[in-house]
Ligand binder design. Structure first.
Ligand code: HXC
Length: 515
């Protein structure tokens, strides 16, 4: 080969690697943001990135764009490795036309989506974009549509992960919203359908972009995002961590890690975790941590519906999804937000062959007109649907309260738990003792000379009869009442016994989950 063509290649490569030029790269750094290429380098195992589509250019001819050279058309695409497993990746480059999405930029993203799906490997999108490339009009919109379609087709087949590392506005938010995990970087990542100026014009509300769509808003208020990182570096390291729990696709098992943490490691402190007083809270995270392999809990959506905890962890090196009521917040009641958080998480686990362990302590659904008018019936039904639909191994441990519909909803045996355990402190009944006494003994209480004393006595009577695990165990709804200190060993053995579980559901086009 003569030298000139190779020189041309290296020249062209250098131009693409220079992205939007020194000034714009400097500006990106001053905003506290890494460039697309720096982000990819931090995300992947060292020196594993294979770029594809580096020479792609837009072919727009309007509004002066015909004279604009846009390296890589504003998005770096390719594949590489994370913990030695292949992933596909795209990273929007804000230094080139603001990372805006035109026809060819979109085609590059579609290309890696197609390849990831065919190869059966995760796809990771690093978003930093001014949205639809305004000069390209409907071609840009079409590009988004093609991406959304591919997101939907890939859903439940390969893990799709999004990191919001800059603006994500308008319909551009919907590709991230269709993926399994959204990590946002605080202060630089922002998501909204309509920005502050439009909101001011239409509704008169004044709100800053950060208040409206920053990481804190999208985690705490809307539940759109799952994790808020302080920096680009932290966000990218969380993607790497997350992938340690999930398989490359829905036909594979999650990765198995060699963990030196004995499965029968007892923790006697759990015997005193549930307070004597049934109305006193405690932190369910302590029960989760004691059950899982040391330091393996990776909590998701912390800050949203904290009355319910969800997250990934490991037992004996195997991935598990953990769902737990949190008695410290709203007494662990189930409300609309907790229901949607739970249902989406359980469906994610089921899609990717991750067993689900559920720790129960809930007095029931949260009462109130806000909940009823907000559709707690519709949203609460998602919980039942997700658990009953799931065919992965399901193990339930009732720690304390399991009343009424919430007892059923929290992966009861009736709903499909493969094995259900209870601590001796479990209370399994139709409703709490006070409510039950008020209804069953209504007349007796009303006509008594001291109604309060009678109510109390009847409540104690009901509690003694039902507020324990043994009635449910006698009737076979609880498989074993266990020493809390040995929860890890029991759950681990249960999961081992279910490792090759097979369960079928009737064939259908798809179910009709209440949305
Ligand atoms: C073309 C764009 C662009 C866009 C930014 N740029 N957004 N070019 N189309 N959508 C260019 C700018 O002209 C500028 O070019 C460079 O990117 C950097 O942008 P700045 O404005 O200088 O950066 P900054 O001050 O940080 O502001 C970032 C921003 C702002 C908040 C994102 O650029 C902005 O508001 N952009 C428009 C956002 C928008 O309305 N997009 C359409 C959303 S609707 P130079 O050459 O000066 O460096 C949508 C519909 C999708 O996306 C529907 C899908 C269904």
């Amino acid at each position: 080969m003569n030298k000139a063509p190779l020189e041309e290649l290296y020249q062209r490569q250098a131009a693409v690697e220079a992205m939007g030029g020194i000034a714009r790269v400097d500006r990106q750094h001053k905003m506290g943001k890494w460039t697309a290429r720096e982000r990819i380098d931090a995300l992947l195992d060292p020196a594993t990135f294979e770029e594809i589509g580096a020479h792609v250019q837009h072919r727009a001819t309007l509004f002066g764009l015909e004279n604009v050279n846009a390296p890589a058309d504003g998005v770096v695409t390719g594949f590489g490795r994370i913990h030695d497993r292949i992933v596909y990746v795209f990273a929007q480059d804000f230094t080139v036309l603001g990372g805006s999405l035109g026809e060819m930029h979109a085609a590059k993203i579609q290309r890696v989506q197609d390849l990831a799906l065919k190869a059966g490997v995760p796809i990771i999108g690093l978003n930093d974009s001014g949205g639809a490339r305004i000069q390209e009009g409907v071609d840009a919109l079409n590009g988004y549509g093609e991406i959304f379609k591919r997101n939907t087709w890939a859903s439940g087949v390969i893990p799709q992960i999004t990191v919001i590392m800059g603006p994500s506005a308008g319909g551009a938010v919907y590709s991230p919203a269709l993926t399994d995990l959204i990590i946002m970087v605080k202060h630089t990542g922002q998501m909204f359908i309509t920005g502050p100026q439009v909101i001011k014009t239409v509704t008169g509300e004044t709100v800053s972009a950060e208040e409206l769509g920053g990481a804190v808003a999208q985690i705490r208020r809307s539940g759109v995002a799952h994790l808020a990182a302080e920096t680009d570096e932290q966000a990218l390291s969380w993607v790497r961590t997350y992938l340690t729990y999930v398989p490359s696709n829905n036909m594979e098992e999650p990765p198995l890690y060699d963990i030196q943490d004995p499965l029968d490691r007892a923790d006697v402190s759990l015997r005193n975790l549930v307070p004597q007083d049934p109305n006193k809270p405690y932190d369910v995270i302590l029960a989760i941590a004691a059950m899982l392999d040391r330091d393996s809990f990776f909590e998701l959506q912390k800050g949203f519906a904290d009355n319910l905890v969800v997250g990934l962890g490991r037992i004996g090196g195997h991935s598990v999804g953990v769902v737990a009521n949190q008695p410290r917040v709203l007494a662990g009641t189930l409300d609309i937000n907790a229901s949607t958080k739970l249902a989406r998480f359980v469906r994610f686990c089921d899609a990717f062959n991750i067993p689900v362990v559920t720790l129960v302590d809930t007095p029931g659904y949260l009462p109130g007109t806000a909940q009823e008018f907000g559709g707690i019936i519709r949203h609460g039904a998602k919980v039942l649907y997700a658990y009953a639909e799931a065919t992965v191994p399901k193990v339930t441990v009732i720690l304390r309260k399991a009343y009424g519909g919430a007892y059923l909803a929290m992966c009861s045996r009736s709903l499909g738990a493969d094995l259900a355990f209870a601590w001796p402190s479990a209370e399994i009944a139709v409703m709490g003792p006070d409510g039950a006494a008020n209804i069953i003994f209504k007349d007796e209480i009303a006509t008594a000379p001291d109604p309060d004393a009678v109510r109390k006595a009847k409540s104690v009577q009901y509690q003694e009869r039902f507020a324990n695990p043994y009635v449910a165990a006698q009737h076979g709804y609880i498989d074993a009442v266990i020493d809390p200190g040995e929860t890890r060993a029991h759950v681990a053995r249960a999961l081992m016994s279910l490792h090759n579980k097979k369960e079928d559901r009737p064939r259908k086009r798809h179910g009709n989950i209440p949305l």
